[in-house]
Design a protein around this ligand. Structure first.
Ligand code: GUN
Length: 284
């Protein structure tokens, strides 16, 4: 029977560690402050932003919430980011994505000073990840590395297959697994014989964005499966990119949906906020 990798428990551990660290910083006179910007009121974004604020409150990070109207112009948003970039008391800036059509996402990501880019989306932070320098790492893939480490799963020398090549998950995931000395393959919509490639994996990271796509035909006996997807199935139940019931008896470990990768993303965002204080101190 497969070992269930408990993202809820591991994320709670990380948040408790951060709570202690934030209290220590506070006792030394340093506050940690995150600015969270939401443009419009997309219901899914509102849930994510609410969860981020709640996690901040739990850990003792101060959150500044900016709720801007749907018709906010790019210039207005960039002006707010500029103001927050300059404020010494603000350590992290997060602009919830997606943004309304009139705002260019790339302009926004590039406007956030790399030292406050707690999402790890700025090209300078992506470059630092590739070359192995200090910087912020995208939260979901960073959380997956923590799930593996804290579950005693060693990446060194393993065949790692990542399905998906987004800037937020697939690409940084591949670099992080490489950093852990994995042998990494990245698959995407043009990959020939996806099943055969996935079947080579000791560690399979499923980030294809299709509900229950990966069944036992894609999974090797004894593989570790990390499920990044989150969807509603035909019965309106949450499910991932993996058909967990179908693969459960052949995998050695798997992340559930919900309660696997999801809670780790926020925990790592909180980690990045504390890291921001360290990086900014080193810079000043
Ligand atoms: N929208 C969905 N996921 C994310 C995320 O990790 N960061 C931001 N800023 N927006 C998102």
């Amino acid at each position: 029977m497969a070992f269930l990798i408990d993202g809820k428990k591991i994320s709670a551990q990380i948040k408790d560690e951060l709570k202690i660290e934030v209290a220590k910083l506070k006792s030394e006179g340093t506050e940690v402050k995150l600015a969270v910007i939401q443009v419009g009121n997309d219901p899914a974004s509102s849930v994510y932003v609410g969860n981020k604020k709640k996690a901040c409150a739990y850990i003792g990070i101060e959150s500044l919430a900016y709720e801007l109207p749907e018709d906010t112009s790019e210039i207005e948003l960039l002006a707010l980011i500029d103001q927050l970039n300059r404020r010494r008391d603000v350590n992290g800036i997060l602009v919830q994505l997606p943004l309304p059509a009139q705002i260019n996402e790339k302009h926004v990501i590039e406007a956030i000073t790399p030292l406050k880019d707690v999402d790890g989306f700025h090209p300078q932070n992506v470059g630092a990840l590739v070359t192995g320098e200090d910087g912020f790492v995208s939260c979901t893939p960073a959380g997956i590395i923590q799930l593996l480490k804290r579950s005693g799963i060693d990446v060194d020398g393993k065949e790692c297959v990542v399905v998906g090549r987004s800037n937020i998950v697939g690409k940084p995931m591949a670099i992080l697994l490489l950093r852990e000395n994995g042998t990494v393959t990245v698959c995407h919509s043009h990959t020939k014989d996806l099943k055969e490639v996935c079947k080579r994996a000791d560690i399979l990271v499923a980030a294809i964005g299709k509900p229950k796509f990966f069944n036992r035909e894609y999974v090797r006996e004894g593989a570790v499966v990390i499920d990044v997807g989150i969807h509603r199935d035909e019965n309106n139940k949450l499910c991932g990119d993996v058909d967990r019931e179908d693969v459960m008896d052949i995998v050695s470990a798997i992340t559930p949906v919900p309660g696997g990768v999801g809670p780790m993303t926020i925990a790592m965002l909180m980690y990045n906020c504390v890291e921001a204080v360290r990086l900014q101190k080193a810079e000043r």
